[in-house]
Design a protein around this ligand. Structure first.
Ligand code: ADP
Ligand code: MG
Length: 622
């Protein structure tokens, strides 16, 4: 085990040569992005701007005609040119128009529906259209240039971080953005995993620790419970809400000012520049209140005021939502609060005093915020890059999948193949068979979610396994195999084992799960657990009874000559009763009718069997 100590005090700004190839770590944030690398002394450092002070590059793009400007200069254009200045692109990654419809008003630029391109949104600037991948690539390209200038060498490889809750489509979009920026993206890493690496926790052998990473940034919130054991990082659970961040605190302040009649909401509707300006003042107020008790400023003729107490009241419900997530993550990790050894704070919004105090209180200990919460993820990404470069060989990283993955089975039921919170990468498989005679193809549809019915979950994709040789129902052995790689990309393989026909499909969901829905899905799965179980039992009973009816029909046809008319009528009457039960809603009645039919048919079946055997014997003798 390589023992490295990490000094995170200060990075050097001068051009610095590192030996050999450098893989950079990139934190592609909703609000701010930055890039870091490991210097010659083995310390992670962030790339600072030309005056050597600031590492944060606002994730804002200003379109000056065809030319683009990224960063602080672009952020300054938010007020002047709201239509040409794009912020919060990360919120659009892997999204459809439906996903963002409800908060469309949040953007001061034009987000449009795009039916042609996998239903992903596009942004209109002038008469040109850009998708979120293209926009993100502009930010990544700027970071690449900065790193190249700082290091005096070409940078080709990178590790990019994403929120733990990003789904496959969003991760893939991030990877594509990297490629478009001319970067070979070696790994997509969860932000909390990177943060824990930056703290160097667990990089020393023999260290066993359980930590909570609390990350409240500009647009997303993540809580992760990690176990670190002898250099192995394992994510025990993750929870969060990618619709909760500093932006929401800003909006709460704006709304407060509006309800206080400081500014006329109608005016803001008409004057977007004013609205944007007010948004920036709200953010300034929030930041000021992190170290002062009051904020006062003027905007045109309006006086804007806010006290710490007033802000705390506005912030409280948002903070409460983060704590609810913490509780959920602790439940999923199945460990008591006392087992948490450290609580790591990540993201600019963790500077809000109420956030810090509330998290302290929740975990019953002082939180760890010694590393700049804005930089900690990028620094950790650099450490991860160093591990991938082979410089820290013995460290392993394990992550978990936030939602269960499975396939649709008869009756629209979800059959889970990879349960949620499974460590990834993971391979898992299960055998299935056909339900109809002579079935030569099989639809395989993969879903993500916790509900018992696939209709309540999110479809990731589907394909048809063709070329199964015709066989009686139940005879084909079809193995469905899921491979979830370290980046959370799912490969689904279906193979009919008797004939060897197989097909593999990489699932890239056409567009992402809206984050709100992600949290909602988990909540609903708990709230609806009882109903879901009832429905599942009913569907399963119906499916089984349907098969019994099919078998009965076949059995009657094959043996019609050895049964009396009354016997056939008796079976048909039982079958009719069963059919009526199937059409009803009572699973116990279905089971009872099935039982009755079986009871009635058993002696007949025995007779038919005797006949078949004696015929078979006859055949042999000939
Ligand atoms: P992201 O990871 O989403 O890009 P960051 O971690 O850079 O976000 O955090 C950005 C958020 O942090 C913004 O909403 C910003 O207003 C907030 N922030 C930065 N400094 C402070 C502060 N001193 N007090 C409160 N919030 C802050
Ligand atoms: Mg962040």
């Amino acid at each position: 085990m390589a023992k490295i100590s990490i000094n995170l005090q200060k990075g050097t700004v001068e051009k610095e040569k590192t030996k050999g190839e450098v893989i950079v770590g990139i934190d592609l944030g909703t609000t701010n992005s930055l890039v870091a690398y490991i210097n010659t002394e083995g310390f992670p450092v962030t790339v600072k701007d030309s005056d050597g002070k600031n590492a944060l590059v606002p994730s804002v793009i200003w379109f000056n005609g065809e030319q683009t400007v990224v960063g602080t200069a672009a952020k300054d254009k938010l007020i002047e040119e709201p239509h040409n200045t794009i912020f919060s692109v990360k919120r659009l990654m892997g999204k459809s128009y439906n996903d963002i419809r409800d908060y469309q008003g949040f953007f001061s630029y034009t987000v449009i529906d795009n039916d042609t391109d996998e239903r992903l949104v596009k942004v209109r600037v002038g008469d040109k259209f850009y998708n979120p991948i293209e926009l993100s690539s502009k930010i990544l390209f700027e970071l690449k240039l900065r790193a190249e200038a700082a290091l005096g060498m070409e940078i080709q490889k990178a590790v990019i971080t994403v929120p733990a809750y990003f789904n496959d489509a969003q991760r893939q979009a991030t990877r594509d953005a990297g490629r478009l920026a001319g970067l070979d993206v070696l790994r997509i890493v969860n932000e909390p995993t990177a943060a824990s690496l930056a703290y160097g926790i667990g990089l020393n052998k023999d260290e066993v620790k359980t930590i909570a990473v609390f990350d409240l940034g500009g647009g997303t919130f993540d809580i992760s419970i990690l176990r670190i054991d002898n250099g192995i990082f394992e994510v025990l659970s993750t929870h969060g809400d990618t619709f909760l961040g500093g932006d929401d605190f800003d909006r709460a302040i704006m709304q407060y000012w509006m309800t206080q009649n400081v500014i006329d909401p109608q005016l803001l509707q008409e004057n977007r520049a004013l609205a944007q300006d007010l948004r920036l003042r709200a953010e300034a107020a929030k930041k000021t209140l992190s170290f002062q008790d009051t904020y006062t400023d003027k905007l045109n003729n309006y006086t804007l005021k806010l006290s710490r107490n007033e802000f705390d009241v506005l912030a409280e419900p948002l903070v409460q939502r983060t704590l609810d997530s913490c509780a959920a993550a602790m439940r999923d990790a199945r460990i008591p609060l006392e087992d948490i050894d450290e609580v790591v704070m990540v993201g600019g919004s963790t500077r809000i005093p109420l956030v810090k105090e509330s998290v302290d209180k929740f975990f019953g200990r002082a939180v760890d915020d010694s590393i700049n919460p804005d930089e900690v993820v990028a620094l950790g990404a650099a450490v991860q890059a160093d591990i991938l470069a082979g410089n820290q060989k013995d460290i392993l990283l394990l992550d978990v999948t936030p939602l269960s993955l499975g396939i649709e089975t008869v009756g629209g039921l979800m059959d889970v193949i990879i349960p949620r919170n499974s460590k990834i990468p993971i391979k898992a498989g299960r055998q299935y068979t056909t339900s109809v005679d002579g079935q030569i193809k099989l639809k395989v549809a993969a879903y993500q979610g916790e509900r018992d019915l696939v209709a309540d979950n999110r479809k990731l994709g589907e394909f048809v396994l063709k070329g199964i040789p015709p066989m009686p129902a139940g005879l084909p052995k079809i193995e469905i195999h899921f491979l979830l790689n370290a980046d959370g990309i799912l490969k689904v393989r279906a193979k009919e084992l008797r004939s060897g026909v197989e097909q593999t499909v990489e699932m890239r969901s056409p567009y992402g799960i809206p984050e709100e829905e992600m949290g909602k899905m988990l909540l609903e799965s708990i709230q609806n657990a009882k109903t879901d179980m009832k429905i599942r039992a009913l569907i399963e009973a119906r499916t089984e009874a349907g098969q019994v009816l099919q078998a009965t029909e076949k059995f009657l046809k094959q043996n019609v000559e050895i049964f009396s008319k009354e016997e056939v009528e008796g079976v048909l009457a039982q079958a009719k009763g069963l059919q009526e039960a199937i059409d009803g809603e009572d699973k116990d009645l279905i089971h009872n009718c099935m039982e009755a039919l079986n009871e009635y048919a058993r002696p007949l079946a025995e007779r038919a069997m005797d006949k078949t055997i004696s015929e078979a014997m006859k055949g042999k003798m000939i």
